[in-house]
Design a protein around this ligand. Sequence first.
Ligand code: C5P
Length: 409
Amino acid sequence: MLSGKRILLIVTGGIAAYKTPDLVRRLRERGAQVRCVLTAGGAQFVTPLALGAVTGDKVYQDLFDLTDEQEMGHIQLSRDADVILVAPASADVLAKMAGGLATDLATTALLATDKPVMVAPAMNVRMWQHAATQANIETLKSRGVTVIGPEEGDMACGEFGPGRMSEPLDIAQALIDFFHGGQPLRGKHALVTSGPTHEPIDPVRYIANRSSGKQGHAIAAALAALGARVTLVTGPVTLKDPIGVATVHVETARDMLAACTEALPADIAVCAAAVADWRTADAAPEKMKKDGKGLPALALAENPDILATLAAPGKNRPALVVGFAAETENVVGHAVAKLKKKGCDWICANDVSPETGTFGGDMNRVHLVTGSGVEDWPPQTKTQVGERLAQRIADHVTAGADATGADAE
Ligand code: C5P
């Protein structure tokens, strides 16, 4: 599966380095040739002897080693590979990569390379969640670096959370996916809306709904995992921004429409937001008071329909526009009608009657209405629905279906 692929494995300083001899074994089992660069930090956790034994090759450690430079210069080292894999990738090496520093053999090779780079971060949860690390990851992703993991779990430091290096088998699979097109949406831009909107009544009160944003955020993350560049436009939610997704925060439907229009052009649009249909005609500039003169009247005005606007014919219309239909009865019937009314290509219909627990919950049951019929999906977690929809979109896009949304299959 990795037959003939030359992998330059850069091992940096972190306890997860103890997994790298196993990682080398897994990569070699799959046919790869592996050569290692070991940083000074990495050498605190795994010995050059161990890596040399499993690679069957010299382990490179020193930028200024004259013998090494004559045999194999640092430029050559990075060019003589099909991919560079940094595992574990410490917060430090990610920061140096993002900043373009070349302070040792590993960072010099990374700066000198013209080959694809993949990183498997491993660090303490707080280091991973630090704004600096997240910004560095965003920068690296925007330059085309593939990020594998990290996973969530117990950490060597006794804490719990995201930051564990992905397991060797998963890293090997990510390399296989990379070489065999595991990122079918690479080069595509997907726009996703998520969450509710808040429509102000006055500076402290607003009209809202029960949407949690879980489904829209899961779709955005799943599209990004398939290689798409994703812009997520979200109303107020308590969720974290999905990693690797450019997230724009808005409050009102009108702001959401403006952010979506700004994000165009896009190849794919998925409107999962529960946009308020109405806003107050005139939000009061000051907090409204109980003044004993009777109840205030709440005059409403209609909000723009973001889905219908994105789906309207025009040069910026995404090739595939997917809407959601949250219904409490006759779910599929209403969804089919909505598909026509909104002008979109697909509708994900979901039953949000209170007994299903869909709103705010983790499960969802979807009926996907496309140009060629209705697919009834089983009840799944919102993450699974996101992954399935993203894969369905990728299949559709790579099958070269036309812009009318008629399915190729
Ligand atoms: O009309 P209804 O709200 O049932 O349609 C649901 C679909 O339309 C969802 O995809 C939702 O994101 C989208 N929508 C929108 N803008 C609105 C209302 C709904 O994008 N103002």
